[in-house]
Design a protein. Structure first.
Lengths: 389, 134
């Protein structure tokens, strides 16, 4: 490849300027007016980075809790320009003991990327499901609020990762896609309160009898704008004998706009579970308790954030408000009555102080309501410290 | 001492000659180019905007890079263009790139920036310049 590449000050010119400076010729003046070459990232093929999340949570009528929620190390390796390895190892809640009673050690990502062309690349290993705003973009400084949105917890079960393989790429000016085949969810572990969340197999000796498929299309062609739509579909009833299908499908759409001081977000997610009645009956036969799984779960939120202070030497300060509506009992199968405490909404108000762009100090207050006349949804105060390195 | 002075003079003369050749080389490269195109590229987790840049052979691209969040890298694969972008509100870096062959030049983030780092890629599409007189 015959080409010429110049920084403000090329290597050749720098050598020349150095020599000329020794020779006390007028070239020195022009060299001083020229900006130095910008720094280059590390040339090492192996990299280490990560992020941390340290929280204080104080629900109404309960004692406060301090929790080192996430300690994440990311190890990467570049075999070549076309072959990369990325891994993300997460320790949740600081401590792990038997049966995950205190915390979890999770391998959230560990994949090889075969970078073939801009429009078509192949990825295999432990993958993040390409669903929603937060699942693939969850570093603490990049989102408002101490905890992730409720919709990204009980409707989209972030952090959602499974083993599998697929393709991804970008076409034209900012049209991206991802399409993966992965292990499915385990319907036997779904719950009325947290929806699909406990059904994640997490890549641990997963059942792959019937693979799931997931994908996303998004547009990132305008500065600050990301608009996307995702799906996940799979048959999740593999644990039951006699065997029967529990097809699950999830559709999601989201938009995020960030420009200067303003950031806006919106997301809608809808989960459909076929044969939810048979699922409830089968779990009830096995455990004695019906999980009361809905045939439809739905959640959405809108959020507005604004940096009141921006670009100052001491950092940025932003405030935000988010409204969420999330219902894991949205539509029930015939013969089942919804548990109204799980038809919920929340207002989250708070602020973030970034002393520097990779460190976020957060506070928020969550006002939560549900439809139940019996079970209260407690409000909560939260504070957090998160950082990326 | 005389030998030292002669050596020093020789170094000075060599420096002047090298400076002249280098400056001349750069001048030729710039004068041979049809034009310089300035492109503003913004990086944020996990995209470059724009992610597709079109130019023609011999045109010098002056790419001004800015981050909206953390530090990113900008590497044009197969070249020695590899710079680190300062974090949000900490300024820009500029690289110039003069392709002399038509083709597609992939650029990517070369500094780990988060879970979706691998998606931060783009392309410089270099076409042959239009034939003059048509």
């Amino acid at each position: 490849m015959n080409q010429k590449i110049h920084f403000h000050l090329s290597h050749c010119a720098r050598a020349t300027v150095l020599a000329a400076a020794l020779a006390f010729v007028p070239v020195v003046a022009s060299a001083q007016e020229t900006a130095p070459a910008p720094p280059a990232p590390s040339e090492s093929p192996t990299g280490l980075s990560g992020y941390m999340d340290f929280h204080y949570n104080k629900p109404e009528f309960e004692d406060g809790r301090l929790d080192f929620h996430r300690f994440v190390l990311i190890v990467t390796h570049r075999f070549s320009d076309r072959l990369r390895f990325v891994s993300e190892l997460e320790l949740e809640h600081a401590f792990v003991e038997g049966l995950e009673e205190a915390g979890e050690l999770e391998l959230e990502q560990a994949y090889l990327d075969f970078l073939l062309t801009r429009g078509f690349n192949v990825r295999a290993g432990m993958l993040l499901m390409p669903v929603g705003i937060v699942n693939e973009r969850h570093e603490p400084p990049v989102f408002y609020g101490v905890e992730r949105p409720f919709v990204d917890t009980v409707i989209i079960p972030t952090t959602w990762f499974e083993v599998g393989a697929g393709v991804h790429g970008e076409i034209g000016r900012g049209w991206r896609y991802r399409l993966y085949v992965t292990s499915p969810l385990d319907a036997a572990r779904f719950s009325a309160e947290e929806g699909l969340r406990d059904g994640r197999q997490k890549g641990s000796e997963t059942n792959i009898g019937r693979a799931a498929a997931t994908g996303r299309v998004e547009y990132v062609g305008l500065r600050g704008l990301t608009a996307g739509a995702s799906f996940w579909t799979g048959s999740s009833g593999f644990e039951f004998r006699p065997r029967f299908d529990v097809p699950v499908r999830l559709f999601e759409a989201d938009v995020r706009y960030s420009r200067d001081r303003l950031e806006l977000r919106g997301q809608l997610a809808d989960v459909g579970i076929s044969n939810a009645g048979d699922l409830n009956d089968a779990v009830a036969r096995a455990t004695g308790v019906s999980p009361n799984i809905a045939r439809t779960m739905r959640g959405s939120y809108v959020e507005a954030g604004y940096r009141i202070v921006s670009g100052r030497s001491y950092g940025d300060i932003g405030a935000f408000v988010r409204y969420e509506n999330f219902d894991t009992q949205f539509r029930m199968p015939d013969g089942f009555v919804p548990l109204e405490e799980f038809d919920r909404e929340a207002w989250v108000l708070g602020a973030t102080y970034w002393p520097e762009p990779d460190v976020a100090i957060k506070v928020d207050y969550v006002i939560q309501r549900n439809r139940s006349a019996v079970v209260d949804a407690p409000n909560s105060f939260n504070a957090g410290l998160g950082w990326w390195f | 001492m005389v030998v030292l002075m002669r050596a020093f003079t020789l170094v000075c003369l060599t420096a002047v000659v090298v400076a002249g050749v280098s400056a001349g080389g750069r001048f030729r490269a710039q004068s041979a180019a049809r034009e310089t195109t300035v492109i503003d590229v913004v990086a944020e987790r996990f995209s470059f905007t724009p992610s597709e840049i079109r130019t023609t052979v011999g045109t010098t691209l002056e790419i001004r890079l800015e981050s909206d969040d953390t530090a990113h890298g900008f590497h044009i694969v197969g070249t020695d263009v590899n710079v680190e972008l300062p974090k949000r509100s900490r300024g820009t870096v500029t690289v110039t790139f003069t392709p002399e062959e038509a083709g597609r030049y992939t650029f990517e983030c070369s500094k780990m920036c988060g879970a979706g780092h691998s998606f931060m890629r783009g392309v410089i599409v270099v076409d042959e310049p239009p034939v003059e007189g048509r």
